[in-house]
Design a protein around this ligand. Structure first.
Ligand code: HEC
Ligand code: HEC
Length: 445
């Protein structure tokens, strides 16, 4: 098994290297032409970064910026709808959709805390066993949650609402809340059309979700009427989350400066951060997993985090594979706006559980990572320096062995660790407009 995996890995990294060198050959000439055409600075000579990079490093770096257009969301036809996004934003901050009226999405994804909660593991109605990841740039993800058990933002959003440790609400309660709260009902209907009549509490009990008798005893048709309302709320929240995008970081200005030969823009990143960048794409090997303009390969790895003594063993990706394949809300489900044979669903169709998935977690994006400490799926590291020191040393055996073979002990000096931290800080994007950082005054735009 392992031998086969190694061969596959070698092949993948072999082709990565090949394509890197191809890119350098193919684009080398272009870069020089830009220099000649540049009239951005008075001397007409092309400004270069303070730190020297090789051609191969340059090619890699120039492909890390800018952030591309948002991917489409074929399973959510409201994803691009501004009215839905406004309504979703209202719901994101609404504590009424929790069992005790105290917990909203924003409780654990607080805008001023980098859309995280600053805690090691999150606490809603009770303590959870994982750290709240930031919502920054999740619209670019292929899989959601640390273990990827949801395949879209909207499918993800439904889970915490019904999770007993998070918001502890239920789809029946949510449907009645929407139907019985005048301004919410009005906003909902202006987007999704007239609500069905769910006032008959014999057919539509006050409370319940799958697994609860009150819900399970309903007819299939009534179940789907109720579930559809929750799904629509999830789709609206997802439309809002598509606006939580971190872009235009100092790093992006630096790359622009490099492409244009603009000395001023190149200064957006300090020399220290530039040295960190060189390590990031070189000796420190971060680029092997944190690649592309969103600084993640979107895949799952075991990076050798040891068992957390405070938490239960967490199998990570391993158990999530069957969960997402059978998810009531995945892209193949009747609640998806894409047909089962949409290209979007290929990721589900070809997904197979592998032994090495044990203890694997999703590679997070590093955009605005400095705004959302602490770090990792269990929030074990308080600072970025602690994270890098982990990659530097691997102090304990991993919770599930083996860890990813491509990870080696880096043995970076303290100064190099600081350089890498400075680079990660240069990935903090422009602040969002204030209007997106809080609950709007009304669910209606
Ligand atoms: C009690 C705290 C808590 C609440 C409330 C909460 N979340 Fe989370 N959120 C978490 C935790 C913890 C995770 C990671 C869970 C996991 O991976 O199993 C998470 C994961 C996510 C992710 C996945 C990010 C990624 O990179 O895959 C998104 C998006 C998200 N939450 C949005 C929401 C929305 C929308 C709501 C409200 C409907 C919400 N959360 C409510 C704690 C919370
Ligand atoms: C083998 C792939 C891989 C490599 C190489 C790698 N990472 Fe990671 N990185 C991950 C994964 C997977 C996680 C999440 C692990 C977890 O929580 O269990 C992660 C987590 C992180 C986090 C925490 C982010 C957060 O929001 O919690 C930071 C910061 C980070 N990596 C930076 C780096 C840096 C810097 C390097 C190079 C020194 C690097 N990574 C190399 C895969 C990798």
């Amino acid at each position: 098994m392992n031998a086969v995996r190694n061969v596959v890995r070698l092949f993948v990294f072999g082709s990565l290297l090949l394509s890197l060198s191809f890119f350098t050959v193919a684009c080398g000439g272009n870069t020089d032409n830009n220099a000649n055409n540049s009239n951005n600075n008075s001397t007409n000579s092309k400004a270069e970064p303070a730190v020297k990079f090789t051609r191969a490093e340059q090619a890699t770096i120039l492909r890390l910026s800018p952030l591309p257009e948002l991917p489409t969301s074929p399973t959510n036809k409201w994803a691009y709808d501004d009215k839905a996004a406004h309504f979703g934003q209202f719901m994101f901050f609404d504590k009424r959709i929790s069992a005790n009226g105290q917990v909203a999405c924003s409780t654990c994804h607080e805008p001023t805390k980098g859309f995280g909660d600053g805690l090691n593991v999150s606490k809603g109605l009770a303590s959870t066993n994982r750290h709240a990841p930031s919502v920054w740039n999740t619209a670019y993800n292929r899989w959601f949650f640390w273990d990827g058990r949801a395949d879209s933002l909207w499918a993800q959003a439904i889970r915490p609402i019904e999770d007993g440790k998070e918001m502890g609400f239920s789809r029946l309660e949510l449907a009645h809340f929407v139907a019985n709260t005048a301004d919410i009902k009005k906003a909902y209907e202006s987007i999704f059309g007239a609500l069905p009549d769910i006032s008959d509490t014999k057919r539509f009990p006050a409370k319940g979700k799958p697994g609860d008798d009150d819900y399970d005893n309903m007819s299939d048709e009534d179940k789907s009427t109720i579930t559809r309302i929750t799904v629509n709320v999830g789709k609206a929240i997802a439309a809002y989350e598509r606006k939580i995008i971190s872009r235009d970081a100092p790093f992006d200005t630096f790359v622009e400066g490099w492409k244009e030969g603009d000395a001023e823009k190149l200064k957006a990143m300090s020399e220290q951060a530039q040295r960190g960048l060189k390590l990031f794409v070189g000796k420190a090997r971060c680029i092997l997993c944190h690649f592309g303009p969103n600084f993640t390969n979107g895949e799952f790895h075991n990076i050798g985090l040891s068992l957390n003594p405070d938490l239960q063993r967490d199998t990570g990706r391993f158990d999530a594979v069957s969960k997402v394949k059978n998810d009531e809300f995945n892209g193949m489900s009747p609640y998806s706006d894409a047909s089962p044979d949409d290209e979007f669903n290929n990721k589900l169709k070809f997904l197979v559980q592998k032994a090495h998935n044990l203890g694997e977690f999703k590679t997070p994006s590093l955009r605005s990572v400095a705004t959302s400490a602490p770090y990792m799926h269990d929030g074990r590291f308080a600072t970025l320096k602690d994270v890098i020191n982990h990659y530097n040393k691997f102090p304990d055996p991993p919770a599930f062995s083996p860890r990813e073979e491509i990870l080696i002990k880096l043995e970076l000096t303290d100064k190099e660790v600081e350089d890498l931290v400075a680079f990660l800080q240069a990935l903090t994007g422009k602040a969002l407009p204030d209007t997106l950082m809080k609950q709007p005054s009304s669910p209606m735009p």
